[in-house]
Design a protein around this ligand. Structure first.
Ligand code: SF4
Length: 364
């Protein structure tokens, strides 16, 4: 590892707490470089709204920005009682023996011995673990306000109208930063932890470890002779190989997504003589359940009709959530699920999923 002291921003902690590799290139990742311009504008809008207590004029026709700004106003209306003395985007920094850490929490407030720390997210909710970023803010807020004994964390997902909340004691936050510090101190500059989180890492495209892992996965698969390899030979290699295969799959998915988005936005792509790639419209027949109901019911009995129909749990919960008042989404969705459970409308359907377990020999 380079001798220079590491500089860590809280916005990089979700990835950093899983893989210290992003520090290998002395990268310092900041909010401005990570988030699209709309996200930056929305954060500025929120900061002005909270500081001045009234909605700023919107000087843009951008529909996405206007939508997010309306969500900011809605969220602030529901949350402002919790912040009688809001502190907005204050730069906080601390120096530890092995690294410096800094960040600008979107908003925090101190009441007695409780600090409430809030972060607005303008992107879609992802599987990325946002908690380390917020714990970083809590550590910085606690270092600035020694009286704080408890931290209430709120993450406000503006697009999904969803809120995540956690509570931590000062001791728990100190324990967390201590563990991070120990890991940073012992990182050897060569060990990388590649995985799903790589797609959000600023080193995704140039990370030597990720590229090496992806290349080796493809070569290993090409080198496998599945007609002669025994199950025992494959089993030995699978723990290492399978995780790399998943990473390559992800990369391919990202590539396909990029390609479709590009073609949708910019139209057909001329790749060479006689080679034009384009998205072509194809019509697929879609049944309108409401309009066709009488016909379905007339030609099928109830059991057969039930077999043909299915309602997506994800879409159902999303539709319920979309009608909910701010901060009521989770409760409304839970109430619907409970009501369905009570009438026996929820059952478990077995599904085979590839899963790693410890197995019997390890459990002994
Ligand atoms: S791309 Fe993945 S393995 Fe590489 S530094 Fe980032 S998180 Fe670590």
């Amino acid at each position: 590892m380079a001798d220079a002291k590491l500089s860590i921003r809280c916005s990089s902690l979700p990835i950093l707490s899983t893989c210290f590799g992003m520090l290998g290139a002395d990268l310092t990742v900041g909010i401005a470089s990570e988030v699209a311009q709309t996200g930056t504008d929305v954060h500025a809008y929120a900061a002005q709204l909270i500081r001045e207590g009234k909605a700023p004029d919107i000087a843009t026709m951008d529909a996405d920005f206007s939508f997010l700004a309306s969500r900011v106003r809605m969220a602030w209306e529901a949350l402002k009682e919790q912040f009688p003395h809001p502190i907005v985007e204050k730069h906080l920094a601390q120096s530890l023996p092995k690294f410096d850490i800094s960040g600008h929490p979107d908003l925090y407030g101190i009441e007695d011995v409780v600090a409430t720390v809030l972060d607005f997210k303008s992107g879609y909710k992802t599987d990325a673990d946002v908690l380390p970023q917020l714990l970083g803010y809590c550590y910085l807020v606690g270092a600035e306000h020694k009286e704080v004994e408890r931290f209430e964390i709120i993450v406000c997902w503006l697009r999904d109208k969803d809120i995540q909340e956690w509570t931590f004691t000062r001791a728990e936050v100190r324990e967390w930063i201590g563990a991070l510090h120990r890991r940073a101190a012992s990182w050897n500059g060569r060990d990388f932890t590649a995985g799903d989180h790589c797609q959000y890492c600023p080193r995704f495209h140039d990370c030597p470890a990720r590229a090496q892992l992806a290349r080796s996965a493809v070569l290993d698969i090409l080198g496998l002779d599945l007609t002669t390899a025994t199950r025992g030979q494959l089993a030995e290699r699978l723990p290492d190989l399978y995780s790399r295969v998943q990473m390559v799959e992800k990369q391919i998915d990202l590539f396909r997504k990029w390609l479709r988005e590009d073609l949708e936005k910019n139209g057909r792509m001329i790749c060479g003589p006689g080679k034009v790639l384009e998205l072509k419209d194809q019509n697929v027949q879609v049944l309108d359940v409401q309009k066709g109901w009488k016909i379905f019911a007339g030609c099928l009995d109830e059991a057969a009709l039930n077999d043909c129909l299915s309602i997506s749990k994800t879409k159902l919960l999303a539709a319920v959530g979309a009608k909910s008042a701010p901060r009521m989404k989770g409760k409304d969705q839970a109430a619907v699920m409970k009501a369905l459970e009570e009438v026996g409308a929820i059952s478990l359907r077995p599904k085979k999923v590839l899963t790693w377990t410890k197995g019997e020999s390890d459990a002994e």
